[in-house]
Write a protein that binds this ligand. Structure first.
Ligand SMILES: [Cu+2]
Length: 128
């Protein structure tokens, strides 16, 4: 799923869980979607400031589940300029795995809830 974004937001976060039922480690190499830029990010807290950094590949150990969630790992959909994600919308994306190949998925855009840990992606700046 992804959270709705404000009309002015330049990017939005996407979250999901991946379970590796295989006997060898799998790697998520990237995500494709109809946005100018899609990246895998992780979030690290340093002195109460959340910093996001790019992740080249996400390892899913054999038999384990990796969860992307607010405040941690996420997919960043960038370049939303003028076309915000609205609650209730869905959009297709493709997860690209090292071994399993391409997996088509659908993200559901959900309303942001009060409370809980939220990350303000609107201030997120990435260089090229
Ligand atoms: Cu991010």
């Amino acid at each position: 799923m992804a959270f709705e974004t404000a009309p002015s937001a330049m990017s939005g976060g996407g979250y999901f869980s991946i379970t590796n039922n295989g006997t060898t480690a799998e790697h998520l190499l990237g995500v494709e979607a109809a946005f100018p830029r899609v990246m895998l990010h992780t979030t690290e807290m340093t002195d109460d400031i959340a910093r996001m950094s790019h992740v080249d590949a996400l390892e899913i150990p054999a038999g384990e589940t990796v969860t992307l969630a607010p405040g941690g790992l996420h997919v960043m959909f960038m370049g939303l300029n003028g076309d915000p994600l609205e609650a209730g919308e869905t959009f297709p994306a493709t997860l690209i795995f090292e071994t399993a190949g391409r997996l088509d998925v659908v993200f559901n855009v959900e309303a942001r809830t009060e409370g809980g840990m939220q990350m303000d992606h609107s201030a997120h700046q990435m260089g090229n």
